[in-house]
Write a new protein. Structure first.
Length: 356
């Protein structure tokens, strides 16, 4: 325990081998104390959240990833693509939004012009709402549709009102893993390169890992280190989000983690390995309220947003059990129950209010 704390206080980095040892060998109670200490040093005691809404423009997806229950084929009876006007109407129904998060399946109907129209329409009516939209892999797909570069797509989106990129598409860096769970998706090297382009244009993003399926501990640590390296280079990531794989009826991939202690270990190790990230986010939509409370003691300092999800997204399609809505008052209560201080954050973690 003393060695862990001394290493954190000295600002020394955990190596690949040390990261693997944190997963395999370190007592969970010691890991918890170390991660909580690192969280206090880097982020303080505030637990962040934001009033936001998730919008899904389409569930038609060309990738058909093995872990996903959300994506549909265009011939499926429940396949859809929404117009920008329909999505704007959803925003009208949610009060006091600070942010809308826009994502969905990749398909030829949702191209650069479609999203420019959508972003512009939102900004015309709600100029103060932050738009977080599309993962780096989605940007790459759109660029290929229109035969332009990802940088050009990002530039046009920024001009139309895009504020930041979403965290999805990273999954696990390992080519071996991606060949099993998402063989049609862009490689992780593309995820990194598009993230780098976005950061260079002043578009921040979040990073993530989808863990708990076929990946090894070594592949988890490799993923964290690649994320850490890009953050060293660009300083463009706002937060890191560990996402647990949720098995769904259509997937033949079995979850490798059934013990919540191992999930808590994932959050703690992420906090310790990612020494250049201030914010580690636990999404109640994926993890539930009870686990999210626990994760706040294992390095997490953000619980996501209110969501106001009118239609089933990725987590609910997989069977997360959430109804897709958490009010501001409910989030504040959740955080206070953890013994920590709720902080309604601004768009990109700048202060908004701490009088809660």
């Amino acid at each position: 325990m003393d060695n862990l704390i001394n290493k954190i206080n000295a600002g020394e980095r955990f190596s690949f081998d040390e990261g693997c040892s944190l997963f395999r060998d370190t007592n969970l109670a010691n890991l918890q104390q170390a991660a909580d200490h690192a969280r206090k040093l880097r982020a303080g005691d505030n637990v962040h959240f934001i009033v936001n809404k998730h919008l899904y423009y389409s569930n038609i997806c060309a990738w058909q990833c093995k872990f996903c229950a959300f994506g549909k084929k265009s011939t499926d009876s429940d396949a859809y693509i929404r117009t920008p006007e329909e999505l704007l109407a959803e925003i009208d129904q949610a009060p006091d939004l600070m942010e809308v998060r826009i994502t969905g399946g990749v398909n030829k109907h949702a191209n650069t012009d479609y999203f420019c129209s959508l972003f512009s329409l939102i900004k015309q009516k709600y100029p103060n709402i932050h738009i977080e939209a599309l993962a780096p892999t989605e940007i790459d797909f759109i660029a290929n549709i229109d035969s332009i570069s990802p940088k050009e797509v990002l530039s046009r989106f920024k001009d139309a009102g895009l504020g930041s990129l979403a965290a999805g598409g990273a999954e696990v860096a390992s080519p071996r893993v991606r060949e099993i769970i998402c063989p049609n998706k862009s490689p992780f090297s593309t995820w990194l390169s598009v993230s780098r382009e976005a950061h260079g244009l002043g578009i921040p993003s979040n990073a993530s890992i989808l863990y708990g399926h076929v990946e090894t501990i070594e592949e988890r640590i490799e993923h964290l280190m690649k994320i850490r390296e890009l953050q060293d280079e660009t300083h463009g990531f706002n937060a890191f989000i560990p996402l647990k794989y949720i098995k769904n009826a259509g997937s033949g991939i079995e979850p490798s983690i059934t013990d919540s202690a191992e999930d808590l270990r994932m959050f703690a190790v992420s906090r310790l390995m990612l020494d250049n990230f201030k914010h580690i986010k636990v999404l109640w939509l994926f993890n539930g309220a009870d686990f999210s409370l626990s994760a706040l003691n294992y390095g997490a300092n953000d619980v996501g947003g209110t969501v106001y999800e009118a239609h089933k997204g990725v987590a609910r399609s997989a069977g997360s059990g959430s109804d897709g809505t958490f009010t501001k008052d409910e989030i504040v209560k959740l955080i206070k129950e953890s013994g920590k201080h709720p902080f309604e954050r601004g768009i990109l973690y700048e202060g908004k209010t701490d009088e809660l």
